[in-house]
Each structure stands twice: as structure tokens, then as C-alpha cells.
Design a protein around this ligand. Structure first.
Ligand code: SAH
Ligand code: SF4
Ligand code: F3S
Length: 434
């Protein structure tokens, strides 16, 4: 039996895909690289915005045709599976099984039942030990950096967000388990680890998140430690101190702001004001200058006025984010923001998004230019797509670096090398090996 998993969404979903692969490989299944080669296709889905859901249904349409031509098992996992549950079978009757985000270990059973000819097999239960997944089973795809779940679920209740529904309430992995996994990863050659959670800094598996970072950073042989994602209200002084003083913690912070207007933040139930957010950034002190800071914005939230949006642009400039992800508000089923009046024309929302993104491009260009002439350590990720002698690498600040080494030269995957930055664009740094 050959399988193919297509994954959308965040790092957590990516990592779930690695866990699901491992479960199937432990059963003797073989991983392949395309739908065409596979007997079993799983769509590991995201439902954060309507667009993400469209992609899933359009892929399901393609799979229906494939299934008419030959025997094929089709499974849906991830956040859309958890959200839609049995309704998925109604909209896509050719789906053989649906597996929720909190029932990963049930996959072999579901596949066996579907293979035995049962239809509409489903498990979207909330298994309390889902976050205690055996690391030895996981089959990692990323050679440079290992993803490690520390907490699953979210206890916040942002009014626009589907994640508390699709991922449930917070569950934290014990600190000792996490340390054991990181020790194992380093022993098997990984030099960089990214700790994952919908909200990592509310971690409470026996110590605080700041303490966890310190402990993990003490693992011999580990070079860089990253984490994603943080909520501003759980961003403590202690965490800021670790971030700026611990040399193994990569100098990068992604701290989603969403809006620069207090009225909008209130309707989003983000639990902070703009002043609170700026105070948290202030915790970084002078260390801030040595780091890169990124954020998320939602544009066109119900009731967002011109003044609200201008306030967002002002905060964008004031913080001078090194990068940001911005999205037009997308109404999600069952979320409280559906009850808010949303009468802003889409053209206005799109115009705002474009203005914000244009300004961010300028800020990112300025941020990148500061690197020109500097020597920076970067981790080699992959060969460049054109094979014309450049390689893709990543700096501690999460900058994409194009390393020009000339044709024919091989670089060591996953290793740190010293690069000298020679040029900056808004999307990457150009560098040579020092
Ligand atoms: N746990 C993370 C967010 C995960 S979702 C946090 O709280 O920071 C990633 C981003 O998607 C969010 O930060 C938000 O900017 C965006 N997002 C979430 N729901 C959305 C929606 N309904 N419409 C548009 N963007 C949304
Ligand atoms: Fe969603 Fe808010 Fe939780 Fe982030 S903190 S996952 S935006 S509810
Ligand atoms: Fe998407 Fe679920 Fe992640 S909705 S962003 S895959 S937590």
C-alpha cells in the first residue's frame, strides 16, 4: 500500500502530517510523492480562512475523478476534518474516512476499517493523550529543523478564530518528555528545533515557557531554538529576558498584533490594547535591535473604520516590523464575530490590505538592507531551484538567504555556515560564503 499526504496550514499541521506518515510507515505502508502513485491519499487540511477550505474542496473534486478511474482510498485529516466531521461525507461522499486533530493515533484503525470496505469511517474524538505522541514514530520531512509539539489547543477566544474549535482546549506536554525528544533529535543529527503550540507561551507542563526554553537550550549539540506562535498577553518579562540573553534562542519573535485600533482589538477579544502590546515589545529593551520582529494583521474586521485602519498603519510604522502576514477577515462558521455587522465593501478591504502590504514591503526592504556587508551564520536548507549554483539558507532572524556558491559546489544540508550578505531585496538576502 502506497500513501501520499498533502498538507496545508501551519507548522503544527505540517508536524501532524509527519506523525501521520510515521503511523502509516510503522504499519508497513510506503510513502510516495504524488497522488498518481498512491493507493491512499490523505488531505491534511486547514480551515483558518475560507480560501484554505476552497483549496481542500477543489482537491477533493480532483480526487473524485481519480477515484472513478481506479481503486483509491481518500481520507481527510486536520482542522477542516475536525470542524466538519460527518458533514464532510455529505459534501464529498467519495471520502472514505475522516480523522480529527485530537485522534491522530486512531489512523491505523480507520485505514484498516476503510480497507475492509466500511464506508464513512470517522473518529473526531478528543483523546486526552493526543499530545503525548511517541517521537520514535514520527517521520520528519525537514532535514534542517525538527518540529516539536509542546502544547496543543488554545484557551483564548478571539472572536474571528476557528482554532479553539478545531484544536480544542490547551493540553501541555510534560517538560521531561520534551527534553527527551530534543535529546533524541540532537543525537540523530538535528541542530535546530522549533517548539510548537497554538500559543506556546502559555505553556505549563511543569515549568514556565521561559524555563522550558532555558532547559531545552542546555541540550548539548543544539545550535538554534525557535518557537511559534505567541500571544501578546502571555508574553512575560522573563520570556523577553531569555529571548535577548540566551544565545541558542534564535533572535526572532513572531507576536501577532492583528490590529492597531483598540476598538477593533476589543471586538476581536484579543485581551490587550495597543499600549499593552507596545509595552510587551518594550520588555525586549536594547535586545530588540539585534532581533527581527514579525506579526499578523487582519484587515477589514467587521466595523473597521478608516481611522481604525490608519491606526494600524501607524503602529506598523512605529514598531517597524521586519515582516508581517496580513489577511482580509474571513468569516468562520460558528465564531462569535459572525454576529457583528460586516458591511464594508470588499473593494475597500482589498485596498486596505494592499496599502498595508506595500508599506510592509518597504519596511522589510529597510530591515534587510541593514544586513548588507554583515557576516551572519545561516543554516543550509535546500539547493536553489535553478541549479545554477545558489543554495537556500535561513538566518537566525528567519531571513531567507540565497547563498551564491557557484555551479557544482555542494553544501552540507542542515549545517550552519558563515555568510557575508552582499545584497538585499524585500524577499531575500543575497550572500556569499565567507
Ligand atoms: N495562535 C495564533 C494564530 C493562529 S492563526 C495567534 O493567536 O497568534 C494565524 C493568523 O491567521 C492569525 O494571527 C490571524 O492573523 C489570521 N486569522 C485567524 N483567523 C482569521 C480569520 N477568520 N480571518 C482572517 N485571518 C484570520
Ligand atoms: Fe485563534 Fe486567538 Fe487562539 Fe490565536 S489566540 S489560535 S487567534 S483564538
Ligand atoms: Fe489552519 Fe488548523 Fe493550523 S486552522 S492554521 S491548520 S491550527
Amino acid at each position: 500500500m502506497k500513501f501520499f499526504i498533502q498538507t496545508w496550514g501551519c507548522q503544527m499541521n505540517d508536524h501532524d502530517g509527519e506523525k501521520l506518515s510515521g503511523l502509516l510507515m510503522a504499519e508497513g505502508f510506503q510513502a510516495v510523492d504524488s497522488v498518481e502513485q498512491a493507493d491512499l491519499v490523505m488531505l491534511n487540511t486547514c480551515s483558518i480562512r475560507e480560501k484554505a477550505v476552497h483549496k481542500v474542496y477543489s482537491e477533493l473534486g480532483r480526487l473524485r475523478e481519480e477515484k472513478q478511474r481506479r481503486p483509491l482510498l481518500v481520507g481527510v485529516t486536520g482542522c477542516l476534518a475536525q470542524q466538519e466531521q460527518a458533514a464532510l461525507f455529505k459534501r464529498a461522499p467519495h471520502v472514505d474516512f475522516v480523522l480529527g486533530t485530537m485522534a491522530l493515533k486512531q489512523l491505523p484503525r480507520l485505514v484498516a476499517e476503510a480497507q475492509a470496505g466500511r464506508t464513512r469511517v470517522m473518529d473526531t474524538g478528543e483523546y486526552p493523550d493526543n499530545h503525548l505522541f511517541p517521537p520514535a514514530v514520527t517521520r520528519r520531512r525537514d532535514l534542517a529543523k525538527a518540529l516539536v509539539t509542546i502544547t496543543e489547543g488554545c484557551n483564548h477566544a478571539c472572536t474571528y478564530c476557528i482554532v479553539p474549535t478545531t484544536r480544542g482546549a490547551e493540553r501541555h506536554r510534560p517538560c521531561g518528555d520534551i527534553l527527551a525528544e530534543v535529546h533524541g533529535l540532537v543525537a540523530s543529527g538535528y541542530r535546530e528545533v522549533e517548539l510548537l503550540g497554538q500559543n506556546v507561551n502559555s505553556y505549563s507542563g511543569g515549568c514556565t515557557f521561559a524555563e522550558l526554553l532555558e532547559r531545552v537550550s542546555e541540550v548539548d549539540g543544539l545550535e538554534w531554538l525557535r518557537f511559534t506562535t505567541s500571544h501578546p498577553m502571555n508574553f512575560t518579562r522573563e520570556l523577553a529576558r531569555v529571548l535577548v540573553t540566551n544565545s541558542k534562542v534564535a533572535p526572532f519573535l513572531h507576536l501577532p498584533l492583528q490590529s492597531g485600533s483598540d476598538q477593533v482589538l476589543k471586538r476581536m477579544l484579543r485581551e490587550y490594547t495597543v499600549a499593552d502590546y507596545l509595552e510587551r515589545i518594550g520588555f525586549l529593551g536594547e535586545g530588540r535591535a539585534r532581533m527581527a520582529l514579525s506579526t499578523d494583521f487582519i484587515v477589514g474586521f467587521p466595523g473597521e473604520t478608516d481611522q481604525d485602519f490608519e491606526a494600524t498603519l501607524r503602529v506598523l510604522d512605529e514598531v517597524a516590523f521586519d515582516g508581517s502576514f496580513s489577511f482580509i477577515y474571513s468569516p468562520r462558521p460558528g465564531t462569535p464575530s459572525l454576529r457583528l455587522k460586516d458591511d464594508l465593501p470588499m473593494a475597500v478591504k482589498s485596498e486596505r490590505l494592499m496599502r498595508l502590504q506595500r508599506r510592509q514591503t518597504e519596511l522589510t526592504q529597510a530591515s534587510n538592507e541593514r544586513f548588507v556587508g554583515r557576516q551572519v551564520p545561516v543554516r543550509v536548507e535546500t539547493r536553489g531551484p535553478t541549479q545554477h549554483g545558489w543554495w537556500l539558507a535561513r538566518s537566525g532572524e528567519w531571513k531567507t538567504v540565497h547563498l551564491m556558491v557557484g555551479p557544482g559546489r555542494e553544501l552540507p544540508f542542515g549545517e550552519l555556515v558563515q555568510a557575508r550578505v552582499t545584497m538585499a531585496s524585500p524577499h531575500f538576502l543575497g550572500a556569499v560564503l565567507d
